[in-house]
Design a protein around this ligand. Structure first.
Ligand SMILES: Nc1ncnc2c1ncn2[C@@H]1O[C@H](COP(=O)(O)OP(=O)(O)OP(=O)(O)O)[C@@H](O)[C@H]1O
Ligand SMILES: [Mg+2]
Length: 455
């Protein structure tokens, strides 16, 4: 997804606005400055892919009111408020109502940049989730082969094309990559869709029954054949015969199948009749039948006969960009099936999905999504959830919170020790210990002594 972190920066003070703009542009953001909230409101839409940073104290519409209007437009839009001395209460109120962060003046540039980075990441994920949902909703329901990568778009195009051409097709692909889905589409998209789609798993049938399954038999053709039986090939006449796991077909059957493909007629067991069939054969293989080592016991002539058109489905690890879309689709489907709330992806989960190799391909991903939807998802031995917050390491979080309170108290008191420790309610010694531990330099907060990088 094309994502450029834009910042809408609102401040009625021209100098501050320009200084911030420069700093943020140097940090790599593209900044759209506004001198008042009203013009920012006219510009911002729910499609805005970035972050809003606004001063709190402004004429007409103040920061709090501005934030509330933005929240009404898009509750997921991160808003960072910059507060002066007297506005902290208002900013805290805004935070309670869902503002992303507030930063007290004066502040080191890095503080703002980091907050924006985190907010931009969050916004990116929200926008991506929205886009995925949109693709899913607008996707043609009759196309079950999901994927926006060029290989998948081409695959769908090829299948549509081939479906109309009425030739036999070999589908190659690893387990779970979508061979069944592709075979179904070849049938659905062809003029044969009125006829039967007959699937036969050549690997699952014992050798002794495969021929009677395929060709049918007359009553009494062999011991146990009490009744006449129409074979699968004949049943598929006018429609599509799907031969799955064709690489497991017994050699003797391969010879007979080759004959059917060439003559387009069958001879049921126990008869001398030749019955014409109108067939399209779609075969699927997990191995590369074109390679003599992998083909093993598969007849070369049958391979060439089937290989008029080969459609290859790439493994999921070669089209990883489709993983978020597929996963969102399966999560949604699972939510409907299990009657749970639809979930959204977190960035941690997304990263894990992209790292994994998916040897079981789309099937494995679908099963994983179901487990996540049930709160059972595990990957690499760790439990993962789609929307549970990233686990908080409490001591770290408390440390960070403490440092934030101290920095805020220091800036509120302009670096004055006496008033700062009074505000924090801690002994002087503890205060100095904590400054050292958090690497806070009191001098940074003394008015008129702004170090470089401070706005
Ligand atoms: N591109 C896709 N979009 C949506 N669902 C898919 C896609 N590809 C596969 N699936 C789903 O993944 C599962 C496995 O797909 P499928 O059965 O077609 O794989 P296969 O290649 O036939 O596997 P096997 O070799 O094990 O028979 C099915 O539930 C299918 O609906
Ligand atoms: Mg299959």
């Amino acid at each position: 997804m094309d994502f450029q972190p834009h910042i809408a920066f609102v401040d009625d003070d021209d100098d501050l606005r320009n200084a911030n703009r420069q700093t943020l542009e140097l940090a790599g953001f593209s900044v759209v400055p506004f001198a008042d909230a009203m013009s920012a409101l006219r510009f911002l839409t729910p499609d805005f892919t970035g972050v809003v940073v606004s001063d709190v104290r402004m004429p007409h519409i103040d920061g709090l009111e501005f934030f509330r209007r933005l929240r009404e437009m898009d509750a997921d839009l991160p808003v960072i408020l910059i507060t002066g001395h007297g506005d902290i209460e208002m900013a805290v109120q805004a935070m309670q109502e869902g503002a992303y962060d507030f930063i007290a003046k004066p502040y080191p540039a890095e503080r703002l940049v980091q907050s924006i980075r985190r907010a931009a990441d969050k916004r990116h994920l929200v926008m991506e989730n929205r886009q995925l949902r949109q693709i899913m909703e607008s996707a043609d329901e009759t196309v079950p082969l999901i994927g926006q990568t060029p290989v998948m778009q081409n695959l769908r195009k090829t299948l549509r094309h081939v479906a109309n051409a009425d030739v036999d097709v070999l589908i190659a692909g690893e387990t779970g990559s979508g061979k069944d889905v592709a075979a179904g589409l070849l049938h659905e998209w062809s003029r044969r869709k009125q006829g039967n789609f007959v699937a036969l798993n050549c690997g699952a049938l014992p050798e002794s029954v495969i021929e009677s399954e395929l060709f049918g038999h007359e009553a009494g053709a062999f011991t146990g054949a009490q009744k006449k039986r129409i074979g699968r090939i004949e049943y598929a006449s006018g429609g599509t015969l799907f031969l799955d796991e064709i690489e497991s077909m017994p050699l003797a059957t391969q010879v007979k199948l080759l004959r059917v493909l060439e003559m387009r007629e069958i001879t049921p067991l126990g008869t001398n009749e030749h019955r014409p069939v109108d067939l399209r054969v779609v075969a699927a293989a997990k191995v590369d039948l074109g390679s003599p080592e992998q083909r093993a016991n598969f007849r070369e002539d049958l391979f060439y006969r089937l290989n008029v058109v080969t459609v290859s489905i790439p493994p999921l690890r070669e089209r990883k960009e489709d993983i978020p879309l597929l996963f969102t689709h399966f999560l949604h489907r699972a939510a409907i099936r299990f009657k749970t709330e639809p979930q959204e992806m977190t960035s941690a989960l997304r990263a894990r999905l992209m790292e994994h190799d998916w040897p079981g391909n789309v099937r494995e991903l679908a099963h994983f999504a179901e487990r996540v939807a049930l709160g059972l998802g595990e990957m690499g031995g760790e439990r993962v959830a789609a929307h549970a917050p990233t686990p908080v390491h409490l001591p770290d979080a408390m440390e960070q919170y403490e440092a934030k309170l101290i920095r805020d108290a220091l800036s509120a008191n302009e670096g004055d020790v006496r008033t700062t420790i009074e505000a924090l309610g801690i002994p002087r010694k503890t205060f100095y210990d904590k400054l050292q531990r958090h690497g806070i330099d009191r001098a940074d907060y003394i008015k008129g002594k702004s170090p470089p990088g401070q706005i």
